[in-house]
Design a protein around this ligand. Structure first.
Ligand SMILES: Cc1ncc(COP(=O)(O)O)c(C=O)c1O
Length: 211
């Protein structure tokens, strides 16, 4: 078999496997326990968190590990919706988002949130004018994917981040297909939340982050 579905998932790299092996065999302690055996695990997790934070220009305390990109997207959208529901109930996203975003939007619509689904051109690039026109005083979140999982289109994330920031709106990007492939600096791009997924870049399944 020749495996060509690397956008869906990838084989774990040998160096990843070797780096993780001690945590299955010897260092299996609960990082929250109080003895030194667990303290080493906690320390190693914090070092991993710092490496990821440095990689994308985020703070150490802004990295959260989840079970995957789908959970990360769900969490980001729901967290903003529930935390900011008194400020507004309007969210903007793209028509071609991954189902993890689109299905969460459908769920939020059932709870009374209003979602604007922005069109893309024939190459999959967001219509920026439509995005600007969609912004309302009660818009609380813009969620636009960084790179598309089917047609590889990369969105003008920096421009979208600037638009969100200048309008006082939070910006989430599903960077599952971009993280590890394209340099990303969350501060330069004004990204408030980012979803990534280790198993798309030869890491272990169930190791994801969201800031
Ligand atoms: C753009 C995008 N977002 C989210 C996901 C979901 O990630 P996961 O498989 O880690 O749940 C995928 C997976 O293919 C994806 O391509």
């Amino acid at each position: 078999m020749i495996y060509l579905d690397n956008a869906a998932t990838t084989k774990v790299k040998n160096e990843v496997y070797e780096a993780m092996k001690p945590y299955f065999e010897e260092l299996y302690g609960n990082p929250s326990s109080i003895y030194s055996f667990s303290g080493k695990v906690k320390n190693d997790i914090n070092n991993a968190r710092k490496k990821i934070a440095d990689f994308i220009g985020a703070g150490n305390n802004e990295i959260y590990f989840t079970s995957g990109g789908s959970e990360s997207n769900n969490w980001a959208l729901r967290a903003v919706a529930f935390a900011y529901r008194n400020k507004g109930k309007h969210i903007i996203t793209l028509k071609i988002e991954h189902h993890a975003v689109l299905h969460t939007c459908e769920y939020l619509e059932k709870l009374g949130f209003e979602i604007s689904y922005i069109n893309v051109d024939k190459t999959g690039v967001i219509n920026i004018d439509e995005l600007k026109e969609a912004i309302r005083p009660d818009t609380i979140l813009i969620s636009v994917m960084f790179a598309n999982n089917e047609i590889e289109t990369i969105q003008p994330v920096k421009e979208i981040g600037e638009i969100a920031k200048s309008n006082g709106i939070l910006f989430h990007t599903d960077a599952v297909q971009a993280y590890g492939h394209i340099p990303i600096n969350t501060q330069e791009y004004n990204i408030d939340m980012l979803s990534a997924s280790a198993h798309k870049i030869n890491g272990s399944k169930g190791m994801v982050l969201c800031i």
